[in-house]
Design a protein around this ligand. Structure first.
Ligand SMILES: [Zn+2]
Length: 382
């Protein structure tokens, strides 16, 4: 990543260039951003600038030398990454998952979308239903990695993505090295919640706050990366609050919505009108999707119901309802009760885990239809 590829934040980049060129970088930087603003690509551009042997001072790294290429691919031996993880089948049974077990997924996610959000990371790691943490074992690994001499000269970088996910024990272990850094060792903390990081680490770090990306700069990126029309791109650039990652997530949800919204609406409509036969027939479209997309459908329907629940409670401002979902959200939120949502979420969760466990999909969705039907029609009779 070069500075010229980073979206927005031109003043900030000029400040970082001056900082490096005058040798006032300090050993610990804290980039503060809202989810999806792009602090990671900015950090990578900074590391590349600091390491590139043929950088153009005051401008950018060269982008083509072996050092630049290794950093861009996230395979440079002196550039380390730590990020929140959780237990999955991949992390092994030791019960102490480490970022190192997930580096391949991390690199691929960055390659696919450098503006990924916290939710995107968890989805990629297969821990979408959990929150990631940075454990004390991970902190020990950081100390080990930094105790080695740089492989290729020019310093060692430890990028900690979301240090607020560290527990107190891990943070305290890290504190010592942040307080008394070794020469040529740099920490780059990227945080969405600086107030949740222990004060001693915060006070030892130079805080730098990213700005939202202006819609006129964000929209063209959305056209290219998400295949949106100029009109759609302008809408998402605006409603994402200037966060490229959030805008890409919304655009991704919009493309699932175009497939899944009609199916979900038809299922709910049949349930509400007491048409069990129609409800079961509607399942054919879901059965034709295949296993992976059936799981996606369950997740989509859950998020749609959540939007209905929030609309019913007057929380539209935070529900992220897409324009094309407005009709369905308004229609069904008038019919469903609070108790319905809880039970429906459980039923969808159960359906998703049964699909995951290779249970016959016809049985799974027939059961789901029956449960939804009973939930809606049982409530009516009360
Ligand atoms: Zn270079």
């Amino acid at each position: 990543m070069q500075f010229k590829e980073v979206l927005g934040n031109r003043n900030l980049i000029a400040r970082l260039l001056r900082m490096v060129d005058s040798g006032r970088t300090g050993h610990s930087l804290m980039l503060v951003e809202r989810d999806g603003y792009g602090a990671l690509p900015l950090a990578m551009a900074l590391v590349q600038y600091m390491m590139c042997p043929c950088r153009r001072p005051g401008e950018d790294s060269c982008g083509v030398c072996p050092t630049c290429r290794k950093i861009a691919e996230m395979v440079h031996p002196d550039v380390h990454f730590v990020f929140p993880v959780n237990v999955t089948s991949k992390s092994g049974s030791s019960g102490k998952p480490l970022s190192a077990s997930f580096l391949q997924e991390w690199r691929q996610l960055y390659k696919d979308n450098p503006y990924f959000t916290e939710r995107d990371l968890y989805a990629r790691l297969g821990i979408a239903d959990k929150v990631g943490t940075i454990s004390v074992a991970e902190a020990r690994g950081i100390l080990d990695a930094l105790s080695l001499k740089p492989y290729e000269g020019k310093g060692k970088f430890m990028t900690v993505w979301l240090p607020e996910r560290m527990n107190a024990e891990a943070a305290n272990r890290l504190l010592k090295i942040v307080e008394e850094p070794m020469p040529d060792t740099y920490f780059i903390f990227i945080t969405h919640a600086p107030e949740r990081i222990i004060a001693t680490i915060r006070s030892r770090s130079r805080q730098i706050r990213l700005c939202p990306v202006a819609p006129q700069e964000l929209a063209p990126m959305l056209e290219v990366r998400a295949g949106l029309s100029p009109q759609e791109a302008t809408v998402y650039a605006r409603i994402s609050g200037g966060s490229p990652g959030a805008a890409l997530d919304m655009a991704g949800e919009a493309s699932s919505a175009s497939v899944y919204l009609p199916m979900a609406s038809q299922m709910l409509e049949s349930a509400v009108s007491g048409d069990l036969v129609g409800l079961l027939e509607g399942n054919d479209a879901v059965l034709a999707l295949g296993r992976e997309r059936q799981k996606e459908f369950c997740l989509y329907m859950e998020s749609l119901l959540r939007k209905m629940m929030m609309h019913g409670r007057g929380l539209d401002a935070v529900s992220d309802t897409l324009p094309q979902e407005d009709g369905a959200v308004d229609r069904f939120s008038r019919v469903f009760s609070g108790a319905f949502y809880e039970k429906a979420f459980n039923a969808l969760e159960e359906a998703r885990s049964m699909v995951e466990a290779n249970v016959n999909a016809k049985m799974v969705f027939c059961h789901l239809a029956n449960v939804l039907f009973a939930l809606v029609n049982f409530r009516k009779k009360q």
